[in-house]
Design a protein around this ligand. Structure first.
Ligand code: AHG
Ligand code: MN
Ligand code: MN
Length: 331
């Protein structure tokens, strides 16, 4: 029997791949694994009294926060702040950047996080996730952090990953040398390497979009989806969970495209660039896929605010190219 590799062993074994290696990034990745296990435990108990439902508060997007949104946010904040390697955090659930420790003057890294993605699915026992992204600080150590530390293009990401709280719990991440997936064994509380070197399959035939948006969506998306529907004989099928992490993960394994388009009323779509689109774009590229907005690469977009939104199309390269042809056809 081949030896099983734990997340911790894998992080240690591959740390030499990081440019400018230091123990801080290793520690940070380990901390994310620990926070994920704590959130996972609470997610698994979600049907029990006092954990389900709305928290009675709203986040910076005026969305009702679920109790689990608040719990996941607090858990990641507490653990990342305590670890000393993080200078600042941008979270979906916090209006402003959070400075860690010593007013953000120490700590090499900036973390962007969607602590609980798909939280409207919590009450109905459907898969949800966490999305995270790690950047190097730009301002020198010892100085107060500024906008430029938080508003970096996706090309500057050092690590991106997600946790999927599904029928099993997985942690998937990239440091820029491929994508690796780990499955939590709940009996021993360890993540084990289960999906080494994840790649989109050569072809994909799943399309994932909120169908109710289609009439309002840009012309290219409408034309592309019409094409998918007409390709039913080629095995095309629609699949949409409504949890970005789950939809992305399925398409990564089975092959497909996820679309959250620009619409007439929402020209920037719904999803958030820094802690939803950019990390999944980095993972997609590392897995042989592609990610774009209405105009081109997601990773090259330089954000102008923490909670900026972006249209998002991600998946197999040939499907993104087919969508791009629809953009050409529609000027
Ligand atoms: P969050 O729960 O972090 O606010 O994210 C919800 C997002 C994403 O997970 C999902 O793909 C999308 O919202 C679904 O939106 P629609 O309900 O408009 O399809
Ligand atoms: Mn989300
Ligand atoms: Mn969320």
């Amino acid at each position: 029997m081949s030896k099983t590799i734990t997340l911790q062993e894998f992080i240690m074994d591959t740390q030499a791949e990081f440019p400018f290696v230091s123990g801080q990034l290793t520690r940070l990745l380990t901390d994310i694994g620990v926070a994920a296990k704590i959130v996972n435990h609470q997610v698994n108990r979600a049907g029990l009294a006092g954990i389900l439902g709305e928290a009675g508060s709203q986040n910076s997007h005026d969305e009702a926060q679920q109790k689990l949104d608040v719990f996941a946010d607090r858990t990641f904040m507490r653990i990342l702040t305590a670890g000393k390697s993080v200078a600042g955090i941008g979270s979906e659930e916090q209006d402003q950047y959070v400075f860690c420790g010593d007013d953000g003057k120490s700590g090499k890294y900036i973390v962007m996080i969607d602590p609980l993605d798909g939280s409207s699915n919590v009450d109905v026992n459907v898969s949800i996730g966490t999305i995270f992204s790690i950047y190097r600080r730009v301002t020198p150590m010892g100085e107060t952090l500024s906008d430029q530390d938080f508003l970096q293009a996706g090309t500057e990401q050092v690590v991106a990953g997600y946790v999927l709280y599904g029928s099993s719990t997985m942690l998937v991440y990239t440091t820029g040398s491929g994508v690796n997936g780990f499955t939590l064994d709940p009996a021993v509380g360890e993540f084990f390497l289960s999906h080494p070197k994840m790649q989109f399959p050569e072809t994909g035939s799943i399309y994932s979009i909120n169908d109710a948006l289609l009439g309002q969506a840009n012309e290219a998306t409408q034309q592309f989806i019409t094409g998918c529907r007409e390709a039913i004989d080629n095995g095309f099928k629609a699949r949409y969970i409504g949890s970005l992490v789950s939809d992305f993960h399925r398409n990564l394994i089975k092959g497909g495209i996820y679309l959250y388009p620009s619409t007439k009323d929402h020209p920037q779509g719904k999803l958030r660039l820094l802690y939803e689109c950019a990390p999944l774009a980095f993972i997609a590229l590392q897995a042989g896929g592609s990610a774009e907005d209405d105009h081109g690469s997601i990773l090259e977009k330089v954000p102008s605010s923490l909670h900026e939104r972006s249209p998002f199309y991600v998946g197999n390269i040939h499907l993104i190219q087919a969508l791009r042809s629809c953009w050409m056809n529609n000027g």
